[in-house]
Design a protein around this ligand. Sequence first.
Ligand SMILES: CC(C)(COP(=O)(O)OP(=O)(O)OC[C@H]1O[C@@H](n2cnc3c(N)ncnc32)[C@H](O)[C@@H]1OP(=O)(O)O)[C@@H](O)C(=O)NCCC(=O)NCCS
Length: 252
Amino acid sequence: MSLSTVNIYPIFDQSIGQTWERFAEITWSCMRQSYPGTSYDKHEINMDIDLMKDSWNTQVGNFAFGAYNANNEIIGFTNGYVDGATASIERLYVLPQYQRKNIGTRLLRAAEHAATISAKRVELIPLSKSHDFYSEHSGYARMENGFYGRNIQPAKCETLPVFHANDKNVRNIASFIEKHPSRGTPKYTKKDIRTIIQLHVPVFIWVDISSQINGVAIQNPAKKAPKDTEIYSQYTFLFCNKLLESAIRNAR
Ligand SMILES: CC(C)(COP(=O)(O)OP(=O)(O)OC[C@H]1O[C@@H](n2cnc3c(N)ncnc32)[C@H](O)[C@@H]1OP(=O)(O)O)[C@@H](O)C(=O)NCCC(=O)NCCS
């Protein structure tokens, strides 16, 4: 299996398809492999799904990323949430047969990267057998309270998924859209932007070297993407400044 056959995508809506069930199955496979004595059965899986559903519905600033194989099946995932300046990773699991192929690292980096638009730090409580993965390999330090943490830098020159409808994100996106109206696209107010993010409609921003927004893409809710991995191109309203416009034109 080559690395290019596994792609990391943001999951804006964990309630679509069998996402929660898949998360729980992957968790189960990993637990059986790492902790063979663990009695983790169907009942525990269902409890885990209920927990995930509960936090998805009640927690603000949720994020999730999936690692998809060539058949578009999720073979690893991470999920968590941003709370003020700190993002928390709740889960990070890669199916045993896909481990040690850099997929866990890519999932962790994707989550950290997306969190940088709101947070300055990522914290988590690792499972005992993954301590080295975090401390030796991923730059996390053990804190006094037993959590592991790492400071993160704002993204530069990158496309970022926006999961979190906090005031700063909403204000910046709305003000960009107001200044860069695009023909045939709706006029979004601050309230609309907040609702769109809260409804988990895919939203992406392009940020430059000084972390300024250069473009915003919002999935057109009227055109339902057939797969959540195909959201990037034809299903979006695009707002961009001249710089990004010419970069996109040149890339075509
Ligand atoms: C921990 C986990 C997510 C890592 O994902 P992964 O895709 O296997 O990790 P990567 O391939 O990105 O690892 C990169 C490096 O991290 C280190 N590493 C990864 N897993 C490790 C482990 N279990 N123990 C020690 N070091 C580890 C290694 O240095 C590895 O590089 P190498 O393969 O060249 O030696 C995955 O092993 C897993 O799902 N484990 C079971 C569940 C778990 O413990 N999850 C963490 C819960 S918080």
